[in-house]
Design a protein around this ligand. Structure first.
Ligand SMILES: [Zn+2]
Length: 225
């Protein structure tokens, strides 16, 4: 870390120093520096976990770039020692960064828990655990998320609490573009009227501070194919 006095630090730098000191309690081989308004965390990341009675102990080399707008922009993480092979393990973006989760889901979770500790313990630990598990068992331990629009819709399926991605797509349209009158049958096929079923959930999301995220996803999905 740099030896600059606290008076010359920005609020972002101060917050990152504080948060990073918490991360270092578990990850002492990581270091942090600042570059062009971003925090850059590099070094050896150690995973230690017990899952399904098996012990997981492995280290990875990581580079994490934390934006000034954290947590509204999620960090970008790469594994730099080449351990994660995209040909074998597909959850890596074309630029080499790791696909930890659907972006909107990461932002929603980070806004509830806006700390680097949570980011590492919640997303990075499960990613590396999944990787080791996958290499050993040939499948993902927590269920596999599809890529691109399908993966996004799978996330909305969970968010809306519905049974299929087609119904999730329909609710996303209702959320972002077209209102549905309360007396209509609910698109979730429960047999109830919309007003007595999903209406409150959808309008809560519409009025939430995260609505812009849903709109962005909706635009991406509808502009695609
Ligand atoms: Zn419903």
């Amino acid at each position: 870390m740099s030896a600059r006095s606290h008076t010359s630090m920005t609020d972002f730098e101060l917050a990152m120093y504080y948060q990073f000191s918490e991360v270092q309690k578990r990850q002492q081989y990581l270091t942090m520096s600042f570059f062009a308004d971003k925090a850059v965390i590099v070094g050896k990341y150690c995973l230690f976990a017990i899952f399904e009675g098996e012990e997981y102990l492995r280290s990875f080399e990581i580079e994490v770039i934390v934006s000034h707008d954290f947590p509204n922009i999620p960090p970008i993480i790469k594994e730099t020692s080449g351990k994660i092979n995209r040909k074998i393990f597909p959850h890596v973006y074309s630029d080499g960064s790791l696909c930890l989760e659907v972006k909107t889901k990461i932002i929603l979770e980070l806004r509830k828990n806006p700390t680097l500790c949570f980011y590492f313990e919640h997303f990075v630990d499960s990613y590396f655990l999944s990787y080791i598990y996958f290499m050993k068992h040939g499948r993902m331990p927590f269920g596999e998320r599809s890529h691109n629009d399908k993966g996004t819709l799978e996330f909305y399926k969970e968010l809306f609490g519905v049974n299929s991605i087609n119904i999730a797509r329909e609710f996303l349209i209702i959320l972002c573009e077209r209102n549905l009158k309360g007396h209509n049958p609910c698109p979730c096929l429960s047999g109830n009227r919309y007003r007595n079923c999903h209406h409150d959930k959808i309008s809560a999301l519409k009025n939430s501070g995260e609505f812009y995220l849903f709109q962005n996803d909706y635009k991406t999905i509808t502009s695609g194919k």
